[in-house]
Design a protein around this ligand. Structure first.
Ligand SMILES: NC(=O)c1ccc[n+]([C@@H]2O[C@H](COP(=O)([O-])OP(=O)(O)OC[C@H]3O[C@@H](n4cnc5c(N)ncnc54)[C@H](O)[C@@H]3O)[C@@H](O)[C@H]2O)c1
Ligand SMILES: O=C(O)[C@H](O)COP(=O)(O)O
Length: 470
């Protein structure tokens, strides 16, 4: 185990001890239902109780064992979704698996994508259901950038064609006599001094631009949502422009590094005829972002017409066998380092959310971090629609139950708002958390609530279209 993984594992072991301490809680009585996350029929309920005291984490895809090892065994059961055979999960972890809503049980509190793109997750629907979706910004960026650089070289020199040709010659036993004559078929050009356009200057795009510049390339970039940290890391000589068409107009190499977003205003087929007509006839397009960004028909016409190249990390129905295309099997993030980093980051994000209610790296929920909960305090989290008047309705329920709120935070993002509220039970004789949670959860506009106290894996309730699921 790496030093980082070991440190994480120790930190979570100390958390486990904290949970154990709660069994010695000696404050006023707290009525607390062993909430079972919507598993209403007896068989499932029994199944869920089997996991009492632990979080259940299920995985899709091949997830790095180093990341999974950061889950303390005394707090987490980790298994593949397919092995769980319908047992409910508290959290799901995946890579490129296209997850369906029916794979997200009512017990699921969060989903983490070990990687950048979340287009394989129905994020809008998860928001409606009050489920945060996390990703791991930057965790695999270096791996992808290195493959983009590889694509840059593959696009400038006919290395793959040359290698295949040598195999043919070898089979015929004529390699030595033909090599010097035949190499004229595979001439190339140099990277230095050429122009690299980078579309999307986030973690991967900005790193690609930096390395392009250090190879002696002129760099041009386009990103309407450029973050301050990315802007500060761009090469000083980079020219920023205000449209994709302007960025690509004089580019010899074009790197796409933007997310795929379906629907109106999204990025489906963004590299279509209207943009491609601005390409230089011999431009090399590097697509290590998503296949759906490129209109295949328009790309094929471009490849047919000139000496342009298409280097892509994704299947393409029309260009896959084109002589000027190099298509790879989605290898960008498939390095040991990237897989470990993404899985460790996702695992930490999930653990912090499940244990403290903290939100970081979510694509649909606001960053939220309330100061550490004191040992005997009860933490309640509430997810609601981001509509006026919700906060006062929520706090009214707490006031009605005469509980003392000691600290709270409320943040919103898009259609959703998230509250973390700490209660001090020492003020009164008892807290009826069971009724309080039901009342809060069933407020119109509330989607779900959790009580972070007592055993892990209990205390989750959802309001699904006016029905209470615990
Ligand atoms: N091939 C792989 O294995 C692999 C691995 C990681 C990521 N990816 C893909 O690469 C994408 C980028 O990854 P990242 O880590 O750099 O993400 P990132 O979020 O750090 O950066 C994306 C950038 O794109 C910009 N952007 C969004 N829409 C744009 C548009 N229409 N035009 C120009 N810029 C736009 C954003 O403002 C942001 O700065 C991911 O969404 C994913 O689809 C592929
Ligand atoms: O968006 C991403 O992070 C990449 O496409 C990586 O996908 P993978 O984890 O399935 O390799």
């Amino acid at each position: 185990m790496s030093a980082l993984a070991l440190a994480r594992s120790r930190a979570f072991a100390s958390k486990a001890a904290q949970f154990k301490n709660l069994r010695f809680y000696t404050g006023p009585t707290i009525e607390y239902e062993h909430l079972t996350s919507g598993w209403t029929n007896v068989k499932d309920l029994e199944e869920f109780k089997r996991q009492d005291g632990k979080y259940s984490l299920q995985t899709f895809n091949k997830i790095s064992p180093q990341g999974l090892a950061t889950y303390p065994k005394e707090l987490f059961d980790v298994e593949a979704y397919d092995d769980a055979k319908g047992r409910p999960a508290h959290a799901l972890m995946l890579r490129s698996h296209k997850i369906q809503e029916e794979e997200v049980a009512t017990s699921v509190r969060c989903i983490a994508r070990c990687g950048a793109g979340t287009n394989n997750i129905p994020v809008a629907r998860m928001t409606e259901l009050g489920i945060p979706v996390f990703n791991t910004p930057g965790a695999n960026a270096n791996a992808v950038k290195e493959l983009v650089l590889c694509g840059l070289f593959l696009g400038s020199r006919r290395v793959i064609d040359g290698i295949n040709h040598m195999k043919d010659l070898g089979e015929q036993g004529v390699a030595r006599e033909r090599v010097e004559k035949d190499k004229a078929m595979f001439g190339g050009r140099e990277i230095k001094g050429k122009t690299l356009a980078v579309i999307g200057l986030g973690h991967i795009g900005s790193a690609t631009a930096r390395d392009g510049a250090s190879l002696g390339m002129k760099t041009v970039g386009y990103d309407p949502g450029l973050s301050v940290s990315s802007a500060l890391s761009l090469p000083k000589t980079m020219t920023l422009v205000d449209s994709i068409s302007s960025a690509v107009a004089n580019a010899d190499y074009i790197s796409l590094n933007i997310p795929y977003i379906k629907g109106e205003g999204g990025t489906h087929g963004i590299i279509g005829e209207a943009v491609i007509r601005h390409f230089k006839p011999d431009a090399v397009i590097l697509n290590f972002a998503r296949g759906e960004l490129v209109d295949s028909e328009a790309m094929k016409e471009f490849l047919d017409a000139g000496d342009g190249r298409y280097i892509s990390d994704f299947p393409d129905d029309l260009c896959w066998d084109h002589k000027n295309a190099v298509i790879m099997p989605h290898l960008g993030a498939s390095t040991e380092e990237a897989e470990d980093q993404a899985a460790c980051m996702a695992a930490e994000t999930i653990q912090r959310y499940l244990e403290d209610g903290t939100i970081r790296h979510s694509v649909n929920f606001p960053d939220t971090d309330l100061a550490v909960r004191q040992k005997d305090f009860v933490r309640v989290t509430v997810v609601n629609k981001n509509i006026p008047g919700m906060l006062s309705k929520i706090t009214e329920v707490f006031a009605k139950h005469s509980v003392n709120i000691v600290q709270q935070v409320n943040h919103s993002k898009g259609d959703v708002a998230y509250n973390v509220i700490d209660l001090d039970p020492a003020g009164g004789d008892s807290i009826d958390l069971k009724d309080l949670q039901k009342e809060v959860t069933m407020l119109e506009g509330v989607l779900s609530s959790r009580i972070l106290f007592s055993n892990p894996g209990v205390g989750y309730a959802r309001n699904i279209d006016g029905e209470y699921h615990v």
